[in-house]
Every structure is written in structure tokens, then in C-alpha cells.
Write a protein that binds this ligand. Structure first.
Ligand SMILES: [Ca+2]
Length: 341
């Protein structure tokens, strides 16, 4: 273990102790002290396709353990995703976060949240916009004195390209992803695993990223595929005046209409990506296993003792407590949202 990974472990352990002191099982953490050293984060996301990336971005902004530095849109539609990020960050009062455009694969095109940004002008963003988000990612990782955590919640062409251009990023950063299906498939299916979308969309890129020599943690469908907010938990977010919560709900309403999803009034969709954000700073509510994971050509993630070993969240110890934490943080209130503009 190198000095950097030791330091990172210390940071995570400290963040966990702070969180533990604040009360583990879903108690609102409004009184939680801020950790001395936050974990610097790059968020690589296909925001604007499924809605869970937007929930995860909001959660990330609300976690005092994490310090979001850069967001990069992945898997094409670069302009659409950059606009979603920029408008969301502006609404959250976080234009200190840089926005990176993803790889130039299918740069145009929209998605189910297009109505939210139809009049948004990216040139009006108060923070930095990097035309080459992959290079911005590399530069930030290489220059950072504290190891960066890359939270990636989509297919992985950007991160694979970053590793190709500068393989040393794997010695300077840690990777946390929402990827794969290890023993459980979509919808909690325990009989059959799935070729999970983020892997299946680009198995080659995923294989390159997951096998790189960095510390890797993933939430496969086994854990992330089970998370929904329902009933009181959902209504608390839906009715919150918190600017981050209301930006999420505005997007969810537009997304639901576009997708003809008829459950907007009652519950969230599956919030896969929020679990990757959680694992970046705490892991105690999940059962974690160190497993060799091989990505096959069809997009399955197979347990293979000869493959790269990673930390895998294979089951929940207490999913309800995670949902409580998510709700408490998302609804913490407008008065506590720090504006840095
Ligand atoms: Ca995603």
C-alpha cells in the first residue's frame, strides 16, 4: 500500500467515524460535524438518460464528507449533459464546480430531461466549462495533492480514454462505480444475473477501467438495483423546498412525463447511482466483499478468482437506513445550502 492509499484510507476512516458519531441508523444528521478533510470527487455520469444520475448528483452535493470538484458528462450527448449539470449546479449555488464536456461521441442529441434545459445557455454558467472533460479529469487527478475519488455512474468511454492518455491516473485516484450484476439481476432477480446497462453499453471500456491498477469499489445491481423511495420518504423529498431537492423533483416530473411513467405521485424510480455516491464515503450499511470480477464481451460481470479484486457491495445490511440518510440529506433545507457564487 502506497502513501497515497494509506492517506485515503485514513480520510475514509475518519469520515466514517464522523458519520458514526452522528448516528448511523437514519437519524437526521443536521448536527454532524464536518470532517477535517473532505474527499475530493470527480463525478462522471450519463446524466439526462435515466433520472437516477440527477438524484445522485443532488445527494453528492449534500454530503459533507465529499468535495465535488468536477463533473463530466459521459456516453455522448455532450452539450445536453453539460447543460443539465450547469443548470443544476447553478440552482444548488455550486458554480465553484467545473463542468466538463464528455468525449465527442454523438455530441448532439437530447433526452427525457431536455425540457428542463431548453432555454439554458451554457455560456452563462458562472463557473468553468471544459470543452475537453477527459483532459480536465486527467489534469485534476495528476495535480491534486490529495487522492481524487472518481465516482462513475454510466458507461465508461471517458474514463477509459483518460486511462489511455495518462495511465498514471490509476496510481493517483480511486474508482467507485455503479456497474455490473454479480449474484442478483435487475429487479432483485436472484435466479439470473443481468448484463447491466453501464457495462453492456461498452464492455471494452468497462473492462479497461475495472482492471486498471487503482482501488476499485462497485455497487452492482445486487445493492443499487433495489433502492426506491416510497411513501413518506418519497413525499418528504417531493414536497421539500430545499433547492437541490426541488431541482431533482422538477427534473423527475419532466422525465416521468417523457417516459410516460405513471408513478411520479407515489415513488421514485430505481435510484441506482445514489449508492455509488454513498460508497465513496461510507460502506457500513452494505455487506462488502472483495471479489475478483471479470467483464465479459456481452457485458456480464463474472466472479473470477483470477481477475482483478475489487470491493463489491453484494447485499444490504440496512437499506432502510440508507434511504433515511438519502432523504435527510436531500431535504436538509434551503437555509443550510451554502452559496458560493
Ligand atoms: Ca447513470
Amino acid at each position: 500500500m502506497g502513501i497515497e492509499s494509506s492517506a485515503l484510507k485514513c480520510t475514509i476512516v475518519f469520515a466514517c467515524i464522523v458519520s458514526a458519531c452522528a448516528g448511523l441508523h437514519g437519524a437526521p444528521d443536521a448536527t454532524a460535524p464536518k470532517p477535517a478533510q473532505k474527499i475530493p470527487v470527480i463525478y462522471d455520469s450519463d446524466i439526462g438518460d435515466d433520472i437516477d444520475d440527477t438524484w445522485a448528483l443532488g445527494f453528492l452535493l449534500k454530503c459533507p464528507e465529499l468535495d465535488l470538484k468536477l463533473v463530466v458528462g459521459d456516453q455522448g450527448k455532450a452539450l445536453y449533459r453539460a447543460k443539465l449539470f450547469a443548470k443544476f449546479l447553478q440552482r444548488a449555488g455550486r458554480t465553484d464546480v467545473a463542468v466538463g464536456m464528455g468525449l465527442d461521441i454523438a455530441p448532439k442529441g437530447g433526452g427525457p430531461q431536455a425540457d428542463w434545459v431548453k432555454d439554458y445557455d451554457l455560456s452563462g454558467y458562472g463557473g468553468t466549462v471544459h470543452k475537453d472533460g477527459v483532459q480536465a479529469m486527467i489534469d485534476m487527478i495528476m495535480r491534486s495533492k490529495t487522492p481524487i475519488t472518481v465516482i462513475a455512474v454510466g458507461p465508461l468511454p471517458n474514463v477509459a480514454e483518460a486511462l489511455k492518455r495518462e495511465p498514471r491516473i490509476a496510481t493517483k485516484a480511486r474508482f467507485v462505480g455503479m456497474h455490473g450484476s454479480v449474484r442478483v439481476g435487475y429487479g432483485g432477480n436472484k435466479k439470473r444475473i443481468s448484463a447491466e446497462y453501464n457495462v453492456r453499453a461498452n464492455p471494452r471500456a468497462c473492462r479497461k477501467v475495472l482492471s486498471a491498477p487503482w482501488d476499485v469499489t462497485i455497487t452492482p445491481l445486487d445493492t443499487c438495483g433495489l433502492v426506491h423511495l416510497r411513501d413518506k420518504k418519497y413525499q418528504k423529498v417531493r414536497q421539500s423546498s430545499d433547492p437541490v431537492a426541488s431541482a431533482i423533483i422538477e427534473n423527475y416530473r419532466i422525465w416521468s412525463k417523457h417516459k410516460k411513467a405513471n408513478y411520479f405521485a407515489k415513488r421514485s424510480s430505481t435510484l441506482f447511482d445514489t449508492v455509488a455516491v454513498y460508497l465513496a464515503f461510507r460502506q457500513d450499511l452494505c455487506r462488502m466483499e472483495d471479489l475478483g470480477i471479470r467483464v465479459d464481451d456481452k457485458g456480464y460481470t463474472r466472479i473470477d478468482a483470477k481477475a482483478k479484486v475489487m470491493h463489491v457491495a453484494t447485499a444490504w445490511k440496512d437499506m432502510g437506513a440508507f434511504e433515511d440518510l438519502l432523504v435527510a440529506r436531500l431535504t436538509r433545507g434551503a437555509k443550510r445550502t451554502k452559496t458560493r457564487e
